[in-house]
Design a protein around this ligand. Structure first.
Ligand code: H79
Length: 576
């Protein structure tokens, strides 16, 4: 009891003194200039490399699986990448239009790419001996690329770290987490001291049990004290929503940005984020791995920046030290595109038109860049009207452009022959700061639903992910959805039409999920919800009519579901 009281007191005091809870205090928010500099870069190179390249299996994860642990842990004895040329790697990144680089100084397998004073399981013990991290840091500096390191907080090799394999299937006999934590602090400090200042420290492996929020938040403040301009990802602490990479309780869990993995993050201007994604399938080199097409590569970048995020694009160099030539070529092709259109990417912010099937947009000062990636089957692409005048418009990928606008829409006409396979780039110059325009959805096909693009609320959102917000059911895009947490049996989605409207028809699309067993369509009358229609299942494109009701707020109320319901589209129509 005494202890409890004391801790409450301390909490209250620290709230009074620092003005807010632990990680919200000034020493745990990122350096503003460093954050802006990094966000302006938008595109970086991720490198996963180590002795495992000798096997061509996945770094860390293949240890004790495809490769027996004893064999994996001795690969370093043969690691001799004599073709390694840091200058070439930095040149490849620069030619791709990448502005920063993050390399696996240490992955989950514990091997260190630099000669560490705290372990012999490092590059100095290989036949190669050379300090890869040092050579790369220097080459990056020369090519004006911001150098950064990846460091896994889980270490399946280190005797002090409790777990010995993924999912803790093997435990070490004499582990000592506090001692391991000291090792980890020494090593990360060593990286900053020897190769810093670093752009960012990219942590990973934090989901494992031995890693606690206290360890994470402690490490965060420890490193920020050493280098205040250092940026640190959210995986330093706990609270990551799986591969979506967003952060639960970001006021409690340190971290400067979110980290969606192998997927593009949802539109978010409030919290910085960076998608990490592989150019092939595997993080580490794999022979004949499936490589992404140029279209996939560039569209991934554009959808990411259009959502206001950065892209950290991964290559896994081979065991001889070279990056596969087909990957170098693909990256160069991205660089060629950026050479032409870099001003629409670097230093821009996502929006104001939110990414969707149609494409994505970025903005800077009085310019809006549209990346149109899909067109309606017929007619022009219709964008919602802007609260600012369009003073000029230009098609940057060549050809003809005609724009006609009225109070509600901006119609973008580009003849089929002038539409580009990857993205048709259009620049709009507006009569004000484009970033101040409220972000809006764009529909490729218009349903005519009055709920389209209107403010929405929901009982819950799957992992609080931007990707599954209720707006996704109101965007006339049947490929995006509102999703609820696993195990949800009852849920609602509410829309505010902004004014009273008379509705007598609806279309709800649950795809082939068929999880709903009972639902009702409701409208608000005074402070009460009333039911306009009720039914059992939904399924694909369910259309129904009911006696006209007039209200401003409508909701889909799911009364019974067999699993967390997902709704791809919720459309309601005015009675004619
Ligand atoms: O370094 C690359 C991968 O080796 C590493 N992160 C990228 C940057 C990676 N870590 N984990 N994974 C890849 C996939 C693992 C997913 C899971 Fe989990 C770990 C599933 C359950 C535990 C993370 C935490 C996702 C959900 C909870």
């Amino acid at each position: 009891m005494l202890v409890f009281k004391k801790s409450v007191m301390v909490c209250l005091l620290s709230v009074l003194v620092s003005g807010c809870l632990a990680v919200e205090s000034s020493d745990t928010s990122p350096d503003t200039a460093a954050m802006k500099r990094w966000q302006d870069m938008r595109f970086g190179m991720f490198i996963h490399w180590g002795p495992v390249a000798l096997k061509g299996t996945e770094i860390g994860w293949s240890r004790g699986k495809q490769v027996p642990t004893e064999e994996y842990d001795r690969l370093y004895e043969q690691f001799n990448p004599i073709e390694f040329n840091a200058d070439e790697w930095a040149q490849t990144a620069a030619d791709a239009g990448m502005k920063y680089l993050v390399i696996t100084a240490k992955h989950h397998d514990g091997f260190c790419l630099w000669p560490s004073a705290y372990t012999d399981y490092d590059i100095a013990s290989t036949p190669f001996k050379r300090d890869v991290i040092s050579e790369l840091a220097r080459a990056c500096k020369k090519h004006d690329i911001l150098f950064c390191t990846y460091y896994s907080v889980c270490d399946w090799y280190h005797p002090d770290y409790p777990l010995g394999s993924p999912a803790g299937r093997s435990q070490k006999a004499e582990h000592n987490m506090d001692r391991y934590y000291a090792y980890l602090k020494n090593q990360t400090k060593e990286l900053i001291d020897n190769y810093g200042p670093l752009g960012l420290m990219w942590f990973d492996g934090e989901w494992e049990k031995p890693w606690t929020r206290d360890y994470g938040n402690g490490l965060y403040t420890y490193l920020k004290d050493i280098q205040p301009t250092l940026l640190i990802n959210n995986r330093v602490s706990k609270g990551r929503h799986g591969m979506a990479g967003t952060t639960k309780q970001s006021h409690l869990n340190a971290g400067d940005f979110d980290t969606p993995e192998q997927r593009i993050g949802g539109f978010n201007r409030k919290r910085p984020w960076e998608t990490c994604m592989t150019i092939c399938r595997q993080w580490a080199w794999k022979p004949n791995d499936n490589m992404k097409s140029l279209k996939e590569c560039i569209q991934t970048l554009l959808y990411t920046v259009g959502g206001d995020g950065n892209l950290l694009f991964n290559v896994g160099p081979m065991s001889d030290g070279r990056i596969e030539s087909r990957q170098v070529e693909r990256l160069k092709e991205m660089g060629d595109w950026l050479e032409q259109h870099g001003d629409t990417v670097y230093g821009t912010r996502g929006g104001p038109f939110k990414p969707g099937k149609w494409g994505a947009s970025t903005c800077k000062d009085n310019k809006i860049n549209l990346f149109v990636m899909n067109w309606p089957k017929e007619g022009p692409l219709q964008m919602p009207a802007l609260p600012m005048k369009i003073v000029k418009s230009e098609i940057k990928t060549g050809g003809q452009l005609r724009i006609s606008s009225n109070e509600e829409t901006i119609d973008i006409h580009v003849p089929v022959k002038d539409r580009r396979e990857i993205a048709t780039v259009i620049e709009l110059t507006v009569g004000g700061q484009a970033f101040e325009i409220a972000p809006a959805d764009v529909a490729l096909y218009k349903s005519g639903s009055v709920a389209f693009g209107k403010p929405a609320k929901a009982s819950n959102v799957f992992q609080n992910s931007e990707q599954y917000v209720p707006a996704k059911a109101l965007d006339d895009d049947a490929e995006t959805r509102w999703a609820t947490d696993a195990g949800t049996k009852e849920a609602w989605l509410e829309v505010d039409l902004g004014k009273d409207m008379t509705i007598d028809r609806a279309m709800i699309h649950e795809g082939d999920w068929n999880r709903v067993r009972k639902f009702e369509l409701q409208y608000k009358s005074g402070s009460q919800w009333k039911t306009a229609y009720t039914d059992s299942t939904i399924g694909a494109e369910k259309q129904f009519e009911f006696s006209p009701v007039t209200a401003r707020y409508f909701r889909l109320n799911i009364l019974q579901a067999i699993e967390g319901p997902t709704i791809w589209e919720f459309q309601i129509f005015e009675s004619k």
